[in-house]
Design a protein around this ligand. Structure first.
Ligand code: UDP
Ligand code: MG
Length: 320
């Protein structure tokens, strides 16, 4: 009975101005679905779900054209650009609503090896609820992106969110994982942290990263920085704790210095001419205070964004 189970697989693809990639990407992914269905690994009701994240180019036209001739190409269009994480979340929620047994997310530029999806489905059939794609190398990334990525994962590890190095948004999640995701109402859900932390059975598959074959990267430094800060502040309160400890230590040190000054003044009557010391202490404490305020500000910002309760995204149209 179990061996005859052929899951409906939905492939979720966030797209932002991807007109140069999309024709080829959709064809290649349909080919993957076709081959896997032929091998009886997935149902022939499996489909693609493309989320147009407010593109200003031909992206949506390409998706609608494919949909006209092939109903296994589905999708939704945002009214504006909400960012890659929101597009992914919308994709997961969209395919959960339409119906599927598992969903795989992959980038529109197919930098991830689409044939690894076969291994993903095998792990799923063996009982994994989440199959995470781990990149074999970061050779296609710039030196800057490589170093900042490594720093980010190291920092996340120290802060208590144990996301494996070279994690990516190329993953398979089961219907069950999608149902659980719905129980997490936070607007700025950090998907990599969430799926890693949720407690479901997880398997890993290594895959090769290819260079982007057309168009440009849609991520710039500011967007990456935002993703990293959101990842940290939504998954760890350790920075706040560090501030408290730091504050305590500073207070103790200041108290000792103060006591020492008073004692000198009263018993030895030598007023020290410590101008330099003054300036150094002033700058040091000033710097620490501004840093701490910044960290607290990040968390206040997180609360502020969540408490407004705005929708994660707004769809303009949907093709089911
Ligand atoms: N993307 C998106 N919204 C954005 C930026 C990117 O939906 O605001 C999509 C993009 O179309 C692609 C994926 O997210 O499918 C990854 O983007 P990209 O390949 O540009 O990032 P990189 O591979 O350079 O990290
Ligand atoms: Mg890319």
């Amino acid at each position: 009975m179990m061996s005859e189970f052929k899951p409906i697989l939905a492939i979720v693809i966030p797209c932002f101005n991807e007109e140069l990639c999309l024709n080829s990407t959709i064809s290649k992914l349909l080919e993957v679905l076709h081959v896997l269905a032929e091998k009886d690994k997935i149902s022939d009701k499996s489909y693609l779900y493309l989320v147009d994240d407010g593109s200003t180019d031909n992206t949506w036209n390409i998706i609608s054209e494919f949909h006209k001739s092939n109903k296994n190409v589905k999708g939704a269009k945002f009214i504006k650009n909400f960012g890659n994480q929101k597009a992914l979340i919308a994709g997961y929620e969209g395919v959960r609503e339409i119906g599927c047994d598992c969903a795989v997310s992959i980038d529109a530029d197919l930098q991830q090896d689409e044939w690894a999806i076969e291994k993903f489905t095998e792990k799923f059939l063996e009982g994994a609820d989440i199959v995470s794609g781990i990149r074999n190398s970061r050779d296609t990334d710039t030196f800057f992106k490589k170093t900042t990525a490594i720093l980010f994962y190291k920092l996340m590890y120290i802060l208590g969110a144990k996301i494996p190095m070279n994690h990516s948004d190329f993953r398979l999640v089961s219907k069950r994982a999608l149902d659980i995701m719905e129980l997490y109402p936070e607007k700025y859900l950090f998907l990599r942290g969430f799926f890693n932390d949720v407690g479901l059975k997880t398997a890993y598959v290594n895959f090769d990263v290819k260079p982007r074959f057309a168009g440009e990267s849609k991520f710039n430094f500011v967007k990456l920085m935002g993703l990293a800060l959101n990842g940290i502040t939504s998954f760890s309160v350790v920075p706040l704790r560090i501030i408290s400890v730091l504050g305590f230590v500073m207070a103790a040190v200041s108290f000792l210095i103060g006591a020492e000054t008073v004692i000198e003044k009263i018993f030895f009557h030598n007023t020290p001419n410590g101008w330099a010391t003054n300036i150094i202490l002033l700058c040091f404490f000033g710097g620490i205070q501004i840093c701490c305020l910044g960290i607290i500000g990040e968390y206040v910002g997180q609360v502020y964004r969540e408490v407004k309760g705005r929708p994660r995204y707004i769809k303009e149209t949907e093709l089911k």
